[in-house]
Ligand binder design. Structure first.
Ligand code: AMP
Ligand code: TRP
Length: 330
């Protein structure tokens, strides 16, 4: 782990099947970075409890997330893969950060404001979500935190919290930076809004062919005919082509969209091409996932081994924190 490489860290909530927005916006970056960075990917099960309070479902989701990540190519030999709740230092550090953070500051967080705006009942865990996330990050001194755009503010809060602690107690935490890939920072869903489970506009990453077809067919279109020119910049089908077509294919599609006429393309054909491309992309991932899922025992071993490695790093940092805060007497 201590190889002089830069460190990356990210967490994933075990709240159900990942979608292609999660994949392009965040998951794929973990796999790419694992070859040049050392680092950590963990299952944020304590964060999941803010919205998921069902024992059986949570347990299954935790296992499923591990399978998902192995299926996309995350290698536990390169990356320390663990479960947040196995490392008690996350909640301990979150408490100390709570005591340095003001209520008005956390009331500015998007997730809290959105929940309030929708008149949802906000539990204290949801309100405090960004502080637990700051602890998750800062314990491991990462240089970069690969996430989608919607998590940018949370990484900023982690950075603010590190600065605040350093100011009060002396230099302790490295300031982390988000790592966001510009052209996939907000992957659109089948309705053109951000792809999100709560909008019911997702294409699951390990979708069956039937699910892919159903999702693509639900993309709304206007009534333009085949020969009428269409604007690729506003078309919801084209936005998804950008993720799955080769550069040459995308350029050719773009030309057919804009030119129209005899070489024009209708929405039906465009959707058929998209279904074919998404299916070709997902099939090997889905098959690999099915193979990995057969060996649940190895999955638990991976988490336990990762937990041992993560605990060493987190405990060393936590000891430094306890000392600086003044609670360490022996
Ligand atoms: P979530 O499942 O919402 O916890 O998200 C897991 C990761 O996927 C986070 O890094 C998110 O920022 C990222 N993500 C979620 N939805 C999208 C999207 N539509 N486009 C890009 N990234 C996303
Ligand atoms: N909040 C993140 C999400 O919803 C998950 C998460 C928890 C996380 N702790 C983290 C991401 C630490 C990066 C770093 O996707």
């Amino acid at each position: 782990m201590n190889s002089g490489k830069k460190i990356m860290l990210s967490g994933v909530k075990p709240t159900g099947r990942p979608h292609i927005g999660n994949y392009f916006g965040a998951m794929r970056q973990f796999v790419e970075l694992q070859n040049t960075f050392s680092g950590y990917v963990f299952v944020a099960d304590l964060h999941a409890i803010t919205s998921l309070q069902n024992k059986e479902e949570l347990k299954q989701n935790i296992i499923d997330v591990v399978i998902d990540y192995l299926a996309i190519g995350l290698d536990p030999k390169k990356i320390t893969f663990f479960k947040q709740s196995d490392i008690a230092a996350h909640t301990e550090l979150a408490w100390i950060f709570n005591c340095l953070t003001t209520m008005p500051y956390l009331m500015r967080a998007h997730a809290f404001k959105d929940a309030e705006a929708k008149n949802k009942e906000v539990n204290v865990g949801l309100f405090d979500y960004p502080i637990l996330m700051a602890a998750d990050i800062l314990l491991y001194s990462p240089d970069v935190v690969p996430v989608g755009q919607d998590q940018k503010q949370h990484v900023e809060i982690a950075r603010d919290t590190a600065e605040k602690f350093n100011r009060v107690y002396g230099e302790t935490f490295k300031l982390p930076k988000e790592y966001i890939v510009e052209n996939v920072k907000v992957v659109p869903g089948t309705d053109g809004q951000k792809m999100s489970k709560s909008y019911k506009n997702t294409i699951p990453l390990f979708a069956t062919d039937e699910e892919i077809k159903k999702a693509v067919m639900s993309i709304p279109t206007d009534s333009k005919g085949i020969d009428e020119p269409k604007d690729p910049a506003t078309d919801k089908i084209f936005a998804l082509h950008a993720l799955f077509a080769s550069p040459e294919e995308l350029a050719a599609l773009s030309e057919r969209y804009t030119k129209g006429g005899a070489d024009g393309i209708g929405y039906k054909e465009s959707k058929e091409i998209l279904i074919k491309n998404i299916s070709a992309f997902i099939k090997p991932l889905r098959e690999k996932r099915e193979r990995i899922a057969l060996d649940q025992e190895s999955i638990l071993e991976i988490l336990q081994e990762g937990g041992r490695r993560a605990r060493e790093v987190a405990e060393a940092k936590m000891n430094e924190v306890r000392e600086k805060v003044g609670v360490k007497l022996y």
